[in-house]
Design a protein around this ligand. Structure first.
Ligand code: MTE
Ligand code: MO
Length: 557
């Protein structure tokens, strides 16, 4: 465990209960089982009753290839760069996953409705159990950065890698399509399907098909597999990833529906990762089994040498390099987290600010979409004497203070706020951990409040302070751009699902900014401050989680 961290951090990151389990619902066992068992059983039936089909790769080796043989430098480079990026993306993805270790096919994410959980915990019904408590530990061998509730840094690695992974993919596909190399990857005849099946029958019954020598040819199944990885898995990973973004899904609420719903997209994102893992295991296994040294000469050196071991040595070197990169990433995560957060802001912060952060959330959901369950998060402000006093009297004496760089500072009771205006919106909440929920929120549109208090011209940011504290102590707060506060559906809410806001969901007042992630929606609001910049408040990173857990200032994804 990382010794230089505080006791409080160690207690969160390295809990006593670090058990790793996977509990899959029986119906999903049946589905997954069928996907695996049916083709293998069919292959065996064909083999036992009709004999081995003719081996199409035996024909291939005698044919001259239409494509140039070998692997040009761009193909070899992007292959290995991809290997590095996938290692970072998959491992950081696992760290993100275990922060909400349940996957669902429904938007509301009610406990026990998940199809798989990676936690032994059954959510207790007799007491409050927050999503943060539900987060699980993952070994840093598997996850990046691993441990428990390190999602801020895990996302830094995930999102820092993604743009370069996509760029690498685009460069690869451009080269592929502008040279005749595409002939190696893209099937040009439907004959590929029966051929691939015949090859599969060979593998499934342990009759290795003729090795066509990958320098010149792939067998039909191999070509289909490579084609699927490039043209199916990678696009699916990107598209399901985008469907999880609050800025995108609350602007285009139909978009996640292309995958079923947002949680189907999240489950799909996970299944794409599983497909990548299965591919990598089989791919590496076959590379080893069909002549490791020669195969590595292909993809490392670009030669078909059968005598040299150069490819093997350099290949081992590359694998070691990737392992070292993973160690360096782990070290950076715990020793230079602030620099990583800054790098993430420089790359994606700027990317999102100019693109999806400009989207305006749309009205879309109706009463029937409201989730029966809505995960609670955060610590109820039981140690705030002021809040406890106010709660005793049902917040009748509560006054929201609005201060900072404004012409008309104000103090308003709930009754006074309600007299100004009220909107009711049904929206989807996106927690950074991965869960979501649809609820109705009623309250004062923020733009009305902004018109009343009249911020000075130099105001860019609004800070919202809670009565509650953050995970590591100190006042919970967060900031939003003035622009996001003025967006449609941005509210100071006192109502949830047509009832007064409950204690656990943020009474007396909480924030709704629908193009942002949940951690920016401060609950139990004490006061509001208009400021020139987010750097003027707290430690200067834009919020309690941004200060302490390296979350993003702009939470559009
Ligand atoms: N004061 C305070 N507000 C908070 C939090 C918190 O810990 N303290 N957690 C945030 C997070 S991470 C989420 S996802 C939402 C959860 O809102 P809910 O409890 O109504 O689901 O509240 C946000 N607001
Ligand atoms: Mo959250």
């Amino acid at each position: 465990m990382i010794g230089h961290l505080s006791q409080a951090e160690q207690a969160v990151l390295y809990p006593k209960d670090r058990k790793l389990v996977m509990v899959i619902k029986p119906y999903m066992w049946v589905i997954f089982g069928a996907i695996i068992v049916i083709p293998i059983a069919a292959a065996w039936i064909q083999y036992l009753f009709f004999g081995l089909p003719s081996d199409p790769s035996a024909v291939l080796v005698t044919l001259p290839s239409k494509a140039d043989p070998g692997f040009p430098l761009w193909a070899r480079l992007s292959h290995w760069v991809n290997f590095l990026f996938l290692s970072l993306i998959i491992r950081s993805g696992l760290s993100i996953l275990v922060d909400h270790p349940r996957l669902y096919f429904n938007n509301g994410c009610a406990p026990e409705s998940e199809w798989v959980r990676f936690t032994p915990v059954q959510v207790p019904k007799d007491r409050l159990w927050t999503a943060k408590e539900d987060a699980r530990y993952i070994s840093p061998v598997l996850g990046l950065p691993g441990y428990r509730h390190s999602i801020g840094l895990a996302r830094v690695w995930h999102f820092l890698t993604v743009p370069f992974f996509v760029l690498n993919g685009i460069i690869f596909i451009c080269y592929l399509l502008f040279t005749n190399h595409w002939l190696r990857l893209v099937p040009t005849s439907w004959q590929i399907l029966p051929d691939a099946w015949h090859v599969f029958v060979h593998y499934a019954t342990f009759n290795f098909p003729v090795e066509p020598n990958g320098f010149y040819h792939y067998n039909a199944l191999q070509q289909l597999a490579y084609f699927a990885v490039v043209f199916l898995l990678a696009p699916l990973a990107i598209l399901t990833g985008l469907a999880m973004s609050p800025a995108i899904s609350n602007r285009f609420p139909w978009y996640p529906k292309l995958f079923g719903n947002r949680q189907c997209a999240r489950s799909g994102h996970f299944m794409v990762m599983v497909c990548y893992l299965v591919f990598i295991v089989i791919h590496v296994g076959l590379v080893v089994a069909t002549g490791l040294s020669r195969n590595l000469n292909h993809i490392v050196m670009g030669t078909d040498s059968t005598t040299s071991n150069m490819g093997l040595y350099i290949g081992i070197g590359i694998v070691l390099f990737v392992v070292i990169c993973c160690f360096v990433a782990l070290w950076l995560s715990w020793h230079r987290p602030r620099q990583l957060q800054r790098a993430q802001a420089a790359v994606n912060g700027n990317l999102w600010r100019r693109s999806i952060n400009t989207f305006k959330p749309a009205r879309y959901y109706t009463k029937k979409d409201i989730s029966p369950f809505f995960w609670p998060n955060g610590k109820i402000p039981e140690d705030s004497e002021k809040w406890v006093e106010l709660a005793k009297n049902n917040f009748k004496d509560y006054k929201l203070k609005i201060t900072g760089l404004v012409e008309n500072p104000m103090e308003l009771s709930l009754e006074e706020l309600k007299k100004i205006a009220m909107d009711q919106n049904i929206t989807m909440h996106h927690c950074i951990q991965g869960w979501s929920g649809i609820a109705e929120w009623g309250g004062l549109p923020l733009h009305k409040l902004i018109e009343l208090v009249k911020p000075h011209d130099n105001v860019t940011t609004v800070a919202f302070y809670s009565f509650g504290t953050g995970l590591y102590g100190g006042v919970y707060y967060d900031t939003h751009t003035l622009d996001n506060c003025k967006k449609p559906l941005s509210l100071l809410a006192w109502e949830m699902n047509y009832k007064p806001l409950s204690i656990e969901h943020g009474a007396p007042l909480r924030l709704r900014i629908e193009n942002q992630l949940g951690y920016k929606m401060v609950k139990w609001i004490d006061y509001i401050e208009f400021v020139a910049s987010h750097t003027d408040v707290g430690k200067g990173y834009g919020g309690k989680n941004e200060d302490d857990e390296y979350f993003d200032l702009l939470a559009d994804t």
